[in-house]
Design a protein around this ligand. Sequence first.
Ligand code: AMP
Length: 558
Amino acid sequence: MSYFSDLGLAEPLLRALETKGYTDPTPIQKQAIPALLEGRDLLGIAQTGTGKTAAFSLPSLHRLAANPKARNSASCRMLVLSPTRELAAQIADNMRGYAKYLNLSVQCVFGGIPVGKQSRALVPGCDILVATPGRLLDLIDQRALTLRHVEIFVLDEADQMMDLGFIVPLKRVANMLPKERQSLFFSATMPKAIAELGKQFISNPVRVEVTPQASTAERVEQWVTFVNQSEKQALLTLKLKVGLAETEGFNAIDRALVFTRTKHGADRVVRHLATAGVNAAAIHGNKSQAQRTAALLGFRKGSIPVLVATDIAARGIDVTGVSHVFNYELPNVPEQYVHRIGRTARAGADGIALSFCAPDEKPYLRDIERLTGIKLDPMPLPENFQQDAARLPLPARKPAEAEQDARRDARDARGRGGPAARGGPGGRGAGGGGGGRNGNVSRGGQARDGKSRDAHAREAYRGDRPAAPVRGPLFNPLGNEARGAVEAVRPAADRPVAARPAGDRRPHGDRPHGDRPHGDRPRGDRPQGERAGGDRRPQGDRRPRGNGGNRGPVTRAS
Ligand code: AMP
C-alpha cells in the first residue's frame, strides 16, 4: 500500500490531500491509518516532521464523517491536546485543511489570549477541538466546555507535556473523558514515566514507532564548530550574512532557525543581528502572543529569514524550507538536540544543523553524541574570522544594560536548570559569554533556588496556564495563508540547496576552504577544540553524508 487511495479513506479526504499535493503516505501514516480506521487505540512514538498530524487527523475525520451527529452545545467529538500554543494552532490549521470538503468544524483554544470569545465560540459545540491543557481546564471550570461527548482523544507530544509540568492537568482530563472512546497517545520519546502516563489514556493500543528516539534525522548534515562563547555572536552574524546573500552553494541559507538556551539570550542575538543588517525575530515565552504569531508568520512567509527561539517555543513548529538549524548554545538535555535539528529536513528535504560548542559545553556535546550515536563533523571557523568579526557593528548598549542582561541570564539559567544546576561543567550562565567584544557578559547559572525543573518550565510557559477571563477578540494566530506552501512537491530547482538531493550539491572538496570539514584542512588551520586528536574518529569511521534524500524514516510497528 503506497498511495493514500489504498488506505480506505473517504473521497473528500483524498481530494483534500490532492489539493495539498500529497500522494504517498509517510511511514507513520501507512502504519497508523488502517488501525485507526478500525477504531483501535494507538501508541505513537514519533517526532514532528514524520507526518503524524495527518496520521491521526485523516482516520479520525473519516470516522467522524462516517457517523454524522448533531453538535452538542459546549462539546466536541474529538479533542486534541497539544503542549504549546503554536503547535495547537498548527494542528488546527492542518485539520481544517484535511476537513476542507467535509462538514466538520474545527476550533482551537489556547492560553495567552482572552478567553471570552473562545468560550462564546464553543457555545454551539464543535466537531474537533484542539487545545492546550491549561486553557482547556480553564474553559471546563467556567462551564464553557464539557468533555462528555468526546469520541476520539489525541494527546500529542506527551514528553513535552511532562517537561512543562502538565501532568496534573492531564490526569484531570483523563478523569473527565468518557470511558467509551478511541485514544491516541504520541510522544517523541517513551521513558518509563511517559509510558505510565500513556496507560491512563490508552488500552490495548497498536504501537507505531517511527525513527527511534535516539536517532537524529538521517537527512540532516550535522556539524559542530568549536568556538569561544564570546565569539559565537560574531560567528552567527557572519554565517547568516554570507549565507543569506548566497542563493546556491553549500553556504547558502534559505531560512534559519537559531536556538538559544534563554529568552534574553534570544533577544540579544536578534539585537546584534539587526545591527548587522540581518532581519531576524525572536520567539519565546516572554513575547506576547501577537509578537509570537507575527514572528512565526513572517518566518513562514519568508519575510523574516531568521527565527531565534528557545526550545519550548519552537518545539513542534513545522515550517517548511528551514535549510539551517543553528545551535547557538548546545542544549543541556541531549534529547532537545534531536528535537531542535528535527526542525530542518522535514517532509523529505535535506537540512544542515550547525552547533556552536564553547569549551565548557563539550560535556553536552558528548551527551548528544552518546544519545544519537553520531559524532558531529567539526567545521572550522571561517577564514579571516577574527578580522571579519572585528569589523561587525555592535548594538549601542549602556553599561547598565549589560549588567541587566547578565542578571537576566543568571535568572533564566536557574529557571532552565543551567549547567551548574545539572551538575554540568563550568556553571556559566546559559546564554552567557566571556565578555569579549561581541560577547555577552554573563556568569550566572550557579545559583539554585530549590525549585523543580517542572516548576521552572511552568513559569517559563506561564501563558498556557489557566488565566482569569478577560474579554477580547478571538485570535486565529496562523490564519489560512499560513498553511505552509507544499514545499515537498516544489521542483528541485526552486528548492533551497539544502533541500536538494545530495548529488546536486557541491562535493566537499569544492567548498570554500573555510567551510571544509576537518579532515580537508591543513592542521594549523584547525580550531583548538578539534586538535585534541584523542577523541576524534578516523575519517573512514564517519557515516556517509547527504545521500539520504530518498530515504524515509525507519519504521517499526507492532
Ligand atoms: P507533522 O509531522 O505532522 O508535523 O508533518 C510534517 C510535515 O509533513 C507537514 O508540513 C505536513 O504537512 C507534511 N506532510 C504530512 N504528510 C505528508 C505526506 N504524506 N506527503 C508529503 N508531506 C506530508
